[in-house]
Design a protein around this ligand. Structure first.
Ligand code: HGY
Ligand code: MN
Ligand code: MN
Length: 409
């Protein structure tokens, strides 16, 4: 088994074929959760799993599991996986790499005629991105018991369409219960989505932790009025309030270095007319830090800034923290398996904390879990130019194979 090698070319070709689903002119993908292009990508993944001899199960949140039996069906499965959905201007590798690397491990075991003791599963988790439906990682969250099924299915996009409706529409409202079953271990391979591995010249990231996140939704309500006759002193300009908070969020991030991240990514002003003072603005805030206490300090600073600006500008404020995902420490034995696999394969590697959230963060609550990172070019992700190399893709898949075999023996 020690010289078993994945077929890197087959993995790369599968990535390129899958990237056709939602392909954008700039070379990225727009494959928002539960849209028709997500369905098409899901259908292709299911077909590939079946062609690889896997039994495919879909659960009530649309999570997909391809299962390869082992000698001992009573053993909990060793699972690999990630997500198929993307950001609106996403890349060809975020999420789908971990899904297809898992499939490649199964294809490689098939080619070699290797039977593992434990069953092996490859999974794809619904709406990891939290772009179309908030929050992120919602379906792995239901699997891990963080959210109940009703909450998960009720999550609606900005047009008010719910995940439950969309799962029915695209035919992925599965019958299987979500979670409540033992998973022997979970490994998620993923691009780093940051610059560290490439800048420092490492091939593999041994992910020990993931930072915590808090997501908020804010609505400022002022008063629509004419941009001409309305004196500056009597305005209640909701967009002015949002502008001050956008600057305050950036300053909160800078004030909690190292490591803090703070972002306003989504904003909707109304009536969005060039000569009307904006009466209503909806926007989101994303705060992150690997230390929970510092993340709480950032939360406190945000709430203070919101109160102050609403008072200054004379705005009504509706404010909700819609999501809190605490920092995660992954499983020591799984971390060791990944590190050992990188060493056995002769890949340079370093321990690191994930800046992004991943389904592994929630699966870690119900199974021994860790992650494998590969570099991405210039550390860019959540961008159509997201890129990595066949060598890095192969290396990550090879480490995944070894780590999984260690746990599935
Ligand atoms: O936001 C994140 O960290 C992930 O991409 N969902
Ligand atoms: Mn991802
Ligand atoms: Mn992402």
């Amino acid at each position: 088994m020690n010289n078993l090698k994945i077929n890197g070319q087959r993995l790369w070709d599968s990535l390129m074929e899958m990237a056709q689903h939602g392909a954008t002119p700039k070379g990225g993908v727009c494959r928002l959760a539960l849209t028709d292009v997500d369905k098409a990508a899901r259908d292709l993944f299911v077909r590939w799993c079946e062609e690889a001899g896997c039994a495919v199960t879909i659960d009530q949140m649309g999570n997909i599991f391809g299962r390869r039996e082992g000698r001992d069906p009573s053993r909990a499965p060793i699972m690999m996986g990630s997500h198929i959905d993307s950001q609106p201007t996403g890349g060809k590798y975020d999420g789908i790499y971990g899904v297809l690397a898992g499939l490649e491990v199964i294809r490689t075991l098939n080619d070699a005629g290797i039977e593992t003791a434990a069953p092996i599963e490859v999974s794809a988790w619904t709406n990891e991105e939290g772009s179309r439906f908030a929050p992120a990682m919602v379906s792995s969250g239901v699997f891990a018991g963080v959210f109940d099924l009703e909450y998960g299915l009720s999550r609606a996009d900005l047009d008010g369409v719910s995940m439950g409706e969309e799962l029915q529409r695209i035919g992925y409202a599965g019958a299987a219960p979500v979670g409540g079953r033992e998973v022997g271990a979970f490994f998620e391979a993923h691009i780093e989505q940051g610059p560290i591995l490439e800048d420092e010249g490492y091939t593999i990231g041994v992910v020990t932790d993931a930072q915590g996140q808090r997501w908020y939704e804010v609505t400022f309500t002022g008063q629509e009025a004419h941009a001409g006759p309305t004196p500056m002193g009597s305005r209640r300009d909701a967009l002015l309030g949002a502008a001050r908070i956008i600057d305050a969020v950036n300053r909160i991030g800078l004030a909690h270095q190292p490591n803090a991240c703070a972002t306003v990514g989504l904003i909707q002003a109304s009536p969005n007319s060039r000569n009307v003072i904006p009466g209503r603005v909806f926007f989101t805030v994303d705060l992150r830090h690997p230390d929970d206490a510092v993340l709480s300090q950032m939360d406190t600073a945000l709430r203070a800034a919101l109160e102050q600006v609403a008072g200054e500008v004379g705005l009504r404020m509706d404010f909700e923290q819609i999501w809190y995902s605490p920092p995660v420490r992954f499983d020591e034995a799984c971390i060791k398996a990944v590190r050992g696999a990188a060493e056995a394969e002769g890949f340079s590697h370093r321990d690191m904390v994930s800046g992004a959230g991943h389904d592994a963060c929630y699966i870690a609550r119900v199974a021994p879990t860790s992650m494998i990172f590969i570099p991405c070019v210039d550390g860019i992700s959540h961008n159509e130019v997201e890129e990595t190399t066949p060598e890095w893709v192969t290396a990550g898949g090879q480490v995944l194979l070894r780590a999984v075999l260690e746990r599935a023996r």
